[in-house]
Design a protein around this ligand. Sequence first.
Ligand code: 3PG
Length: 211
Amino acid sequence: MNDLYPFIQKIGLVPVIKLDNPKGALALGQALIDGDLPIAEVTFRAESAAASIEILAKKMPNLLVGAGTVITLDQAKRARDAGAKFLVSPGFDEEIVDFALSHGLPMFPGVNNPTQVQQGIKKGFTVLKFFPAEASGGTAMLDALAGPFPQISFVPTGGIGPANLAEYARRKNVLAIGGSWMVPAKAITEGNWAEIARLCKEARQLKSSLS
Ligand code: 3PG
């Protein structure tokens, strides 16, 4: 966990990926590396997420591969067995959180209110996902949470893109920003890996220019 946070903070972005066909996993992983975003949150929105995670974890040691949209204990176990280096959930599920903690697997449970932040603090978290960011009050909510919870950093995700990246990047309590805009479903379906690499590079450059 200790090494993971600085690495994710340095990259500053977490691409949220839905990959329906694991056959595209390596090409997608290469596009992320070519685009200077060597991190992937491969979501269980695709049935075959664990297969994609396994391919990336085995074959691409330079890519930090995690599992996203983990909403059942079974998915958490499959993600871990496949080699996921971290888990992300849209909400705060104690069973999944306890599984991750007991296996030393870094996790970003999702929260969008103070009660859930306190649940996270109780479990020892210092970083939480803030989801769905825009629909939950965006940066105004992040600023409000900074008051009572100065020790907590967030990974806001949901409704963020190039147009509003800057306002999130400026917040002191933002560790990194998640989103799917740099890995659009259409480009994945079409196998347009060059476009994904281009979007990733553009996002990384924009984020770096704001830090
Ligand atoms: C997630 O699962 O983290 C979000 O749905 C990604 O949100 P976005 O598609 O609005 O970036």
